[in-house]
Design a binder for this molecule. Structure first.
Ligand SMILES: [Zn+2]
Ligand SMILES: [Zn+2]
Length: 278
């Protein structure tokens, strides 16, 4: 299975193992047409992003563009029960792509800590997650996708249990892509088919923390063997993210992939906006 671009990768700016340029060069060697660098955002407790490094982060992504098309992104976290995420205006302004996912070791707001983090950690420990908590988690994730402009919802249902089909409704309305994460998919093929039925679109990402895993898709391939799907619903099987977002804008560019590649592409339409929480 060949993807056109990988849109979820980490570098040593957060918990990845290597530099931006090394990740980008590997993506180029593997014949990807586009890559997004998406380090963990500010509220991650261990090896999170440092705001003081943001300018250098953007500069290194910019200079790596001499190798191949690179999108500057971050993987943000929900930090409050009202769905706020951990980026600010300045960062949002410079990013090409904003990912969002639920993670565990995050600095939460006071209420977020007691009503989201603690109950989830407790019930995960005893391996029983009550329905009221799944409903609460689902509501929080839906709010994050409603209030902020999120390009990709990463690893749905990982860490804290969520009604993925319910969130997919919001993703379809908000044009947020749902990730098929090639490390692990935490929902069933039947859920995937229901989400597609609601009009949600998907994207395959490696979540690579090392160059070795860039462009990796084998687990997703295994998963999809059990699913009835149309490749057009998984956007990077047929195009790059930039092509997907610019649809309509580049319709006059016709020809083979090769010809399209040589024509100057505009960067993806910026999808910005989030709710301030601090
Ligand atoms: Zn993540
Ligand atoms: Zn990640």
């Amino acid at each position: 299975m060949k993807i056109h671009g990988d849109y979820h990768t980490h570098t040593c700016f957060s918990d990845g193992k290597t530099t931006i340029i090394e990740m980008v060069r590997t993506a180029k060697e593997r014949d990807l047409r586009e890559i997004a660098i998406t380090d963990h955002s500010l509220n991650k407790i261990f090896k999170g992003f440092r705001k003081r490094n943001f300018e250098r982060y953007c500069n290194e992504c910019e200079s790596a563009k001499s190798e191949m098309p690179v999108l500057i992104g971050l993987e943000t976290n929900v930090v409050s029960v009202d769905g706020h995420i951990d980026i600010d205006d300045e960062m949002s302004e410079k990013l090409d792509i904003v990912l969002f996912g639920v993670h565990v070791a995050i600095f939460y707001s006071f209420r977020g800590f007691f009503t989201f983090f603690l109950p989830n950690v407790f019930f995960n420990m005893i391996h029983y997650v009550p329905q009221w908590l799944v409903r609460r988690n689902t509501k929080i994730v839906k709010k994050a996708i409603e209030k902020n402009i999120i390009d990709i919802w990463t690893h749905p249902n990982r860490y804290f249990k969520i009604d993925v089909v319910e969130v997919a409704r919001t993703c379809a309305e908000r044009e947020t892509l749902i990730e098929l994460n090639s490390k692990r998919i935490s929902f069933r093929p039947v859920d995937f088919e229901r989400m597609v039925g609601l009009g949600a679109k998907f994207i395959i990402n490696s979540d690579a923390h090392t160059p070795k895993r860039i462009g990796e898709t084998s687990r997703v391939e295994e998963f999809l063997k059990n699913c009835d799907y149309n490749p057009a619903d998984i956007i990077n099987l047929t195009q790059t993210y930039t092509e997907y977002r610019n649809k309509g804008k580049n319709d006059d560019i016709i020809g083979t992939d090769q010809e399209r590649n040589t024509q100057e592409q505009e960067p993806p339409k910026k999808r910005r906006g989030f709710t301030r929480w601090f």
